[in-house]
Design a protein around this ligand. Structure first.
Ligand SMILES: [Zn+2]
Length: 687
């Protein structure tokens, strides 16, 4: 599956919807599969399953059947889009046990559509009613699979107090807290029971899909970008395909949000199929379901999906749209994709730097909660700060999920970067230690490995021997106006001329070092107001702000402060430069691919079925951190060096978006060429 579409129709659509016209539209995009609303909340076919609510506008129509047939006539696969999360009041009365309950026993109404009630995953609604509906659809329609909207999601666990759930709580020995809290022993047990139930239901529904046809598939809805609570590694083990419901951005979300989703999914799927839903409607805050998103924003979102190795899934809501501006945006991008399809068939990433995706830390360490220490920032701030530095430094990197830290995966990377993975299990720490012993290099920040995977405090960093640093006290911060003093010459301080001070991290772990060398020392915070009081009370200390070590072939950089998070929150360019220098130093010279030129870009390089592909996304835009992008501002020439496999002779280098052939030179394995410019997105292929 290379291109995917979804028309998400509503209860009233059977009155007006034209199945053949939709078939023509999706065929014009050359999609391989279309998601079509089957049932769950509303059945769009004459269902016989009790309490499966037929659309009240269905009449004599079988809209789902017509839509499936319209796709099949055009040789497009049809996936039944289902919703398992809500049902009507008549179902509640007949089957009170299917529904989620508040603590007082009342059922949970939907906020905007209060005539619908939330169903419970632990009830027979999931193990009996949904299977009955899937089997009915399997029996009557030539569907190729099922997809559930909104379930299981990667967000926080829901806590329900229905009878099934109360039985579960008895087994667990107590009622779990309603909020994410891994310090609570009942929460820990609930998390495991919850994940077990997700996997049990996923397998059950996948088996039902297979009853029809071994090629048929069930896929759940995931996504969440960087911020996930449910264990993606566990889910990836049952998922034939990973669908990310990551449709767009809002507020201050940076434009690279979609590419990050691709990286997170890749960290667990390792090259297996990942789709990403792109909302063609305006899904900012506030949300407009029935008008188009700005074409430039939508195109760059689709481009990030393909650049990061995902399959784009183009989504419109409502079967009889009054706004059709989105249609050509999808058609134009998908037709270009189809014309160049082979170049999007990736074999593997050519990144030489790995970034740890710290699942447990993201899930548990920083959840907003007044009981937690003040120094803990937002769940993704650490990773986001490192990410920005990686983009500014134009590094080629992959995310590696903490559940995948095995030598077979890590050996291809020259360095592993760890943005404050505070919650790390012993096994993960052991794998990291082994990686460094075998010659890999490491960058880590702040509280990395200070706690177990559930957040129990250790007396020292589990990786203290690797960092050459030991905890010497509680975290200090958040405090502004602290500094790092440059004490010795070091490659990591390259380019900082005209200053002996650098900005300090907002929070730090006071540490002692194994070595005597001191490259960056801490200048503790002092008042920033009023100006008369602004002078250092302790201008010089021997407390290390960072420790840099070389052990055989390995280089290790450890920052005692949350430099990554402080970099993100402050936007400070020195901190980004410091991180970039540190990444360069741990990785060492001579990367497989380099791109030099002006502009903020994100780059991916893949070995593909026909050869190689270099994807360049132009983020240089005033709407970088506040959408929507309305125009792109083209970048000038970019100089590229690309190392190909030994013995590989490149015959042609082409820019697929510009549609031009590029001049290049090959010297042994190194190909050099100039990309004349990047409008919004360019894909340069070497074959
Ligand atoms: Zn329940």
């Amino acid at each position: 599956m290379r291109r995917c579409g979804q028309i998400n129709y509503n209860e009233r659509d059977p009155l007006t919807m034209d199945a053949e016209a939709w078939g023509d539209y999706w065929a014009s995009l050359k999609v391989d599969a279309v998601l079509l609303n089957g049932g769950g909340i509303v059945a769009f076919y004459p269902t016989q399953v009790p309490y499966h609510h037929r659309s009240e506008f269905l009449g004599v129509r079988d809209l789902f059947g017509e839509m499936v047939a319209a796709m099949k006539r055009r040789r497009i696969r049809a996936v039944a889009r289902m919703d398992c999360n809500l049902a009507y009041e008549n179902a509640l009365q007949a089957h009170p046990e299917w529904f989620e309950r508040n603590q007082d026993g009342s059922p949970r109404r939907h906020g905007e559509s209060p005539w619908l009630f939330a169903t419970c995953m632990f009830s027979t609604y999931f193990s009996e009613q949904m299977p009955a509906i899937y089997r009915e659809i399997n029996q009557h329609y030539p569907v190729d699979g099922f997809f559930t909207n909104g379930w299981p999601s990667t967000g926080a666990l829901r806590v329900c107090y229905c009878e099934s759930c109360r039985h579960l709580f008895e087994k667990l020995g107590g009622v779990p807290p309603a909020e994410t809290d891994s310090s609570n022993p009942i929460y820990r047990k609930y998390y495991e029971a919850y994940m077990d139930r997700v996997l049990e239901i996923w397998r059950l529904w996948d088996d039902i899909a297979h009853e029809k046809n071994p090629q048929s598939v069930y896929v759940g809805n995931l996504g969440g970008g960087l911020d996930t609570i449910k264990d993606l590694k566990q889910i990836s083990q049952v998922a034939a395909w990973f669908n990310a419901d990551h449709q767009g951005r809002s507020g201050e979300t940076p434009i690279w949000d979609c590419a990050q989703q691709g990286r997170v999914a890749y960290s667990v799927m390792q090259g297996r199929t990942v789709t990403n839903v792109s909302g063609a409607y305006s899904n900012a805050q506030p949300n407009w379901r029935h008008v188009s998103k700005a074409p430039a924003e939508l195109t760059l979102w689709l481009a990030q999906s393909t650049a990061s190795g995902m399959v784009p899934w183009f989504h419109w809501l409502g079967g009889s749209p009054e706004d059709i501006r989105w249609r050509e945006v999808g058609r134009s991008f998908f037709n270009w994709l189809a014309a160049n399809e082979a170049h999007f068939r990736n074999r593997h990433s050519l990144a030489d730097v790995a970034v740890l995706y710290p699942q447990r830390t993201v899930a548990f360490y920083s959840r907003p909660d007044s009981r937690r220490p003040r120094h803990r920032g937002g769940p993704i701030d650490y990773l986001q700060g490192l990410y920005y530095a990686l983009l500014e430094g134009r590094f080629f990197f992959d995310f590696v999920h903490e559940g995948n830290l095995d030598p077979a995966i890590l050996h291809k990377y020259r360095a592993l970067l760890i943005p404050n993975a505070a919650y790390l299990g012993d096994a993960q720490c052991g794998a990291i230690r082994q990686y460094v012993k075998s010659g890999g290099s490491l960058l880590a920040t702040f509280e990395t490995s200070r706690y177990t995977e559930w957040g129990d405090l250790r007396s020292d960093f589990q990786l203290a021997d690797v960092f050459g640093a030991h905890v010497a006290g509680e975290v200090i911060g958040p405090r502004g106006n602290s500094y790092a003093r440059m004490e010795e010459k070091h490659p990591i301080l390259a380019g900082f001329k005209g200053t002996t001070l650098l900005p300090g991290a907002e929070n730090r772990v006071p540490v002692t070092a194994d070595s005597v060398s001191l490259v960056l020392s801490v200048v503790p915070a002092y008042p920033a107001f009023p100006p008369e009081m602004v002078y250092p009370r302790t201008p010089r200390t021997t407390e290390p702000a960072a420790i840099f070590r070389q052990i055989g072939k390995s280089r290790v950089a450890y920052f005692a402060g949350d430099v990554d998070r402080t970099c993100w929150r402050s936007g400070n360019s020195d901190l980004s430069q410091l991180l970039q220098n540190a990444i360069n130093w741990v990785r060492g010279p001579g990367s497989l691919v380099s791109v030099n030129g002006a502009g903020l870009i994100e780059a991916f390089s893949w070995e593909t079925e026909p050869g190689y592909a270099l994807h360049l996304l132009n983020y240089t835009n005033p709407n970088l951190t506040h959408g929507a992008i309305r125009n792109s501002y083209p970048l000038g020439p970019q100089q590229v060096r690309f190392r190909v496999n030994e013995g590989r002779r490149i015959k042609t280098v082409r820019a697929l978006r510009a549609g031009t052939t590029l001049k290049f030179q090959q010297q042994r394995e190194t190909i050099t060429f100039e990309v004349p410019g990047i409008a919004d997105y360019e894909v340069v292929v070497l074959v």
